[in-house]
Design a binder for this molecule. Structure first.
Ligand SMILES: Cc1cc2nc3c(=O)[nH]c(=O)nc-3n(C[C@H](O)[C@H](O)[C@H](O)COP(=O)(O)OP(=O)(O)OC[C@H]3O[C@@H](n4cnc5c(N)ncnc54)[C@H](O)[C@@H]3O)c2cc1C
Length: 409
């Protein structure tokens, strides 16, 4: 079968869906297809470790759009098809179902797959990454009868999974290799706060722990630590990051390594091929121009808008302020900016009262905020980050003065 679409989007997640939707709002009249290897219409991924996992939201409620939205806009969904190769010269992709699909423009929005532990037993049944609805369903099913769950990785996904399992009354052990949780994304104050919260909620949180093997014959029974201790487990949830899904592009000679390299307009090194979202390595102004990948709904959505507009002839460079959220227990974290490279932190608000912000500065300039149950700070702090405002620790810590007062008149 050989077909052609004006725009072919690989991946029906946050980025891919947004490219298609924005193309139509930009009055793009050409044909559009989304090729996705999952069976489902595009859905929100964040609830997989939050409300969907907790059973508070049905799957239909996390669909990004209802089916009729895609039909009405003539966006063809080629679901259950995995793209296995790309031919930039022919402008064609080939799927694992033997379809060859030609394109004028190709948008690669394939996200990534959970990184698993390269240790003995690392892929035993009952060892679960969390990326798709299928993963969340498998985790839910296994957790019902589980007596003890081990979560590996103290990043956002691991912490959220631990929180939901504790709410469900499960015994949870959380293992983190480094000496604090959230070490790669947040400052020490925030790490210590979340460590205390999880311990107060009954999580057996262990830091600085190396894992030697996952034990079990036909299914996981435990996690063996360096030194020999075995922690019993009937379910192991692994949240140690993702591997960007870019192999077909790299095999086709497109530049990249840990992700596919894109320029400010989300164009790859190959003509007519764009990339967005978790798999796109880009130069980011909020990281002082470093090449990074961002794994957030904000980044996928904003890059998708850049691509759709570019395809419609309206080129605008990607320069959006990064933001992110995480829900754990009754704590709503909202983060804005990138704190990596900060040289000073200021605590604003009441940490013991569980409503505060950590403000990150570099050379006196506000570069990021982590706001816990402090939405006003988040909204106003975002403007400070965007404008690159300089402020003193005293000004930022003074809760009697709203952050917006620090913006120029
Ligand atoms: C459990 C969880 C919780 C999260 N929580 C938050 C949060 O609270 N806030 C936040 O901002 N972000 C959160 N994220 C991150 C956010 O979901 C991602 O950044 C976002 O989904 C990235 O969008 P994307 O389009 O790049 O990739 P995805 O949404 O992953 O979509 C990629 C799609 O492409 C498909 N695909 C891959 N390879 C191929 C191929 N070769 N052919 C066809 N299809 C392919 C994949 O199966 C997938 O369906 C969370 C992620 C997870 C997994």
């Amino acid at each position: 079968m050989l077909v052609h679409f004006d725009v072919v989007i690989v991946g029906g997640g946050h980025g891919g869906a947004q490219v298609a939707a924005t193309l139509r709002t930009q009055k793009f009249e050409g044909s559009i297809a989304i090729i996705g290897d999952e069976a489902e219409l595009p859905y929100e991924r964040p609830p997989l470790s939050k409300e969907y996992f907790a059973g508070e939201k049905e799957f239909e409620r996390i669909l990004l759009r209802p089916e009729k939205y895609w039909n009405e806009r003539q966006i063809t969904m080629l679901l259950g098809n995995r793209v296995v190769s790309v031919d930039p010269a022919m402008r064609a992709v080939v799927t694992d179902t033997d379809k060859t699909i030609r394109y004028d423009k190709l948008v690669w929005a394939a996200g990534g797959s959970p990184r698993m532990l390269p240790i003995p037993g690392g892929n035993l049944p009952g060892v679960q990454g969390v990326r798709t609805r299928a993963d969340a369903d498998a985790m839910k099913a296994a957790s019902v009868a589980a007596k003890q769950i081990v979560v590996i990785g103290g990043g956002y996904i691991g912490l959220e999974a631990a929180a939901v399992m504790r709410k469900a009354g499960k015994k949870v052990v959380l293992l983190e290799l480094l000496d604090r949780v959230l070490a790669r994304v947040a400052g020490e104050e925030l790490s210590r706060f979340y460590e205390k919260e999880h311990r107060d909620h009954g999580v057996d949180l262990r830091l600085g722990v190396s894992i030697e093997a996952i034990e079990g014959d036909d299914r996981v029974t435990g996690v063996r630590l360096m030194g020999g201790e075995v922690i019993p487990a009937d379910l192991v949830v692994v949240g140690i990051g993702i591997i960007p899904a870019v192999d077909p592009l790299i095999a086709a000679g497109v530049e990249g390594d840990n992700g596919v390299l894109v320029d400010r307009f989300c164009k790859t090194s190959a003509p007519h091929i764009y990339a967005v979202g978790d798999c796109a390595a880009h130069q980011n102004d909020f990281a002082e121009g470093a090449i990074i990948r961002l794994e957030s709904v904000q980044n996928a959505t904003d890059q998708a808008n850049v691509v759709a507009k570019s395809i419609c002839g309206n080129e605008i460079a990607y320069n959006a302020v990064p933001w992110f959220w995480s829900n754990q227990y009754d704590l709503k974290l909202q983060a804005v900016g990138l704190s990596t490279g900060h040289d000073q932190t200021v605590v604003r608000g009441d940490v013991a009262g569980r409503s505060f912000s950590i403000i990150y500065l570099k050379n006196g300039r506000v570069i990021a905020l982590d706001c816990v149950n402090a939405t006003k700070d988040y909204v106003q702090g975002r403007a400070l980050v965007n404008a690159g405002i300089s402020a003193t620790a005293e000004q930022l810590a003074d809760i009697a003065t709203p952050l917006k007062a620090l913006l120029p008149g």
